[in-house]
Design a protein around this ligand. Structure first.
Ligand code: SF4
Length: 370
């Protein structure tokens, strides 16, 4: 059986996959997927039409998705309502996963492969906000992979450097994302980024994105840059006060105004387009609210990386519906045009989620402007 001639556009197909997820009919045993943790969880990386996407496979909606993937010998097909729509490839286990440190810690517990060429780690797997469920971000699964023994609580700079070097040499990773749970100090995670980046850059040439909350002292932006952080993410997640307070009661105490000031300070250090924020669509913010704030962010030189919310098993929002593809298109279509106008492009970001883009179809909506 051959894949039918594509009738769904790539943009439409990726948007539907990211929002609905996919059922895996007969796992090959080779593919690399992950459950729990920060960032994209319950996902499988797959490449179709030359684009890599992180598609939910373990979520509730994935079990009822119209999409399924089927392995047949060396071939993998994507089917919609049992009709083949594309040949795809799924990301395979990277070679660095077979290694472990001298103390016996598997490299896969220190950093993981996202997409096909991004190394990702949560440097500190605990968070001041997560420990208290009344303050925790409702979508977050940062403690799950730790509780399940799939990661370690604190990755040392030396461990990160060792794994980054191996991932570059053995698997050709192109950039690295370092996120962190928020520690109690006023640096809000910036200090951890500095220490980690210094060690990684001393070991290997690899573009780095750091992710943390806005630090109390803007001097941290220059310290992170000097340490080797090439791009910075400070993630709003939600944009309207009511949604922020409901979805992330602890983090919402840091006001939107404070974030905007921090974004301006960070762009002055990292440069236009090298600062980004993650916005989860589908949690209650209207498309108009997301687009309005995005316009402000773009004027500041910040790339608003809008991704569909994916409900993660075991979190308070496990049964919250994901947005549908039409909802995402109402945001991504105009946002892509705005980014094109402003000449802020994912491909110009040196490292991180905006450059990787596998959690959203946003980059396929970016319009080239001469
Ligand atoms: S967009 Fe970010 S979180 Fe998503 S797969 Fe890429 S690096 Fe990971």
């Amino acid at each position: 059986m051959s894949a039918a001639k594509p009738s769904l556009s790539r943009q439409q197909l990726i948007t539907e996959l990211l929002t609905q997820g996919v059922r895996v009919v007969n796992p090959s045993g080779q593919h690399v997927s992950r459950q729990g943790g920060a960032g994209p969880s319950d996902h499988q990386a797959m490449t179709l039409d030359g684009v890599t996407v992180m598609v939910p496979i373990y979520t509730q909606s994935a079990h009822h998705s119209a999409y399924e993937i089927e392995h047949d010998g060396s071939r993998t097909q994507l089917l919609k309502n049992a009709i083949p729509v594309r040949d795809i490839t799924v990301a395979h286990k990277p070679r660095f996963y077979d290694l472990h440190t001298a103390e016996g810690i598997p490299y896969s517990q220190i950093a993981t492969l996202h997409g096909t060429d991004v190394l990702a780690t949560t440097v500190l797997q605990t968070c001041i906000r997560y420990e208290n469920r009344a303050k925790a971000c409702q979508f977050c699964a940062i403690g799950q992979s730790l509780a399940a023994g799939r990661t370690i609580a604190r990755k040392t700079p030396q461990q990160l450097a060792e794994v980054a070097k191996a991932a570059v040499e053995l698997d050709g990773v192109k950039h690295m994302v370092m996120t962190t749970g928020t520690p109690s100090g006023s640096d809000r995670g910036a200090r951890i980024m500095v220490e980690s980046a210094e060690a990684i850059k001393a070991a290997v040439s690899l573009p780095l994105q750091g992710q943390c909350e806005p630090p109390g002292d803007p001097l941290w932006f220059q310290r992170m840059k000097d340490a080797g952080i090439d791009a910075l993410g400070m993630h709003l997640e939600a944009v309207t006060p009511e949604v922020r307070a409901r979805i992330m009661p602890g983090k919402a105490q840091v006001s939107l105004e404070y974030y905007l000031e921090a974004f301006a300070d960070a762009v002055a250090v990292f440069g236009r387009g090298q600062v980004s924020t993650y916005i989860l669509a589908g949690l209650g913010d209207t498309p108009e609210a997301i687009l309005s704030l995005s316009e402000t962010l773009i004027k500041l030189g910040v790339y608003p990386f809008v991704v569909p919310f994916v409900p993660i098993s075991g979190t308070p929002l496990a049964h919250h519906p994901a947005p549908d593809a039409a909802f995402m298109s109402r945001i991504l279509q105009p946002l892509g045009a705005m980014l094109g106008e402003a000449q802020l492009r994912s491909s110009d970001i040196k490292a991180g989620c905006g450059r990787c883009g596998a959690c959203s179809s946003l980059s396929s909506f970016e319009k080239a402007v001469a």
